[in-house]
Design a binder for this molecule. Structure first.
Ligand code: FEO
Length: 169
């Protein structure tokens, strides 16, 4: 049995992942309007991955007979003043999501809910990758993005990212 407190946190996490999708979609839109279609692609793929994270959580709760409540998704209404501002916001957000996942894990641990702990292992690993990706983008931007040629090449690199379904079993 999943304890009701853990179930409520997992339910909230669905909303956080959907907000993440919305946030990255909005970042993608920012880049579309600033002529950086490669950056826009990178964040649109990220938005798709976040939607998948929400669906994985939803499936886990439903498969464990939990009545899921879909909540309002907050508007991502940030105004960005530079590319680096977007990239730093993304890293900051991923750290927040990592904390949130770890909080749920801690609750599951308290309840001796081994099933949920096992389920969350995938998310914990995924968060390492998400933070690494966000950090790498900042480093690349700081190292190479300060002139138009470097930015052009970075944009080309980020244009190559392709969506693939998560490797969640
Ligand atoms: Fe689903 Fe980027 O955390």
């Amino acid at each position: 049995m999943i304890h009701e407190k853990t179930a409520a946190l997992l339910n909230e996490q669905i909303n956080r992942e959907l907000y993440s999708a919305y946030l990255y979609w909005d970042m993608s839109h920012y880049f579309e309007f600033n002529g950086l279609d490669g950056f826009a692609n990178w964040y649109m793929v990220q938005a798709q991955e976040e939607r998948d994270h929400a669906l994985i959580l939803y499936r886990y709760l439903v498969d464990n007979n939990i009545n899921v409540e879909l909540m309002d998704i907050e508007q991502p209404n940030r105004q960005y003043n530079s590319i680096l501002d977007v990239l730093n916001t993304a890293l900051h957000h991923e750290k927040y999501i990592t904390e949130s996942i770890e909080h749920i894990y801690t609750e599951a641990f308290k309840q001796r809910d081994l099933r949920t702990m096992e389920f969350l292992n995938w998310f914990i690993k995924e968060q390492t990758e998400e933070e690494t990706n966000a950090n790498n983008m900042i480093s690349k931007m700081e190292n190479f993005g300060n002139d138009s040629q470097g930015l052009y090449l970075l944009n080309q690199e980020f244009a190559k990212r392709q969506y693939k379904k998560p490797d969640f079993e």
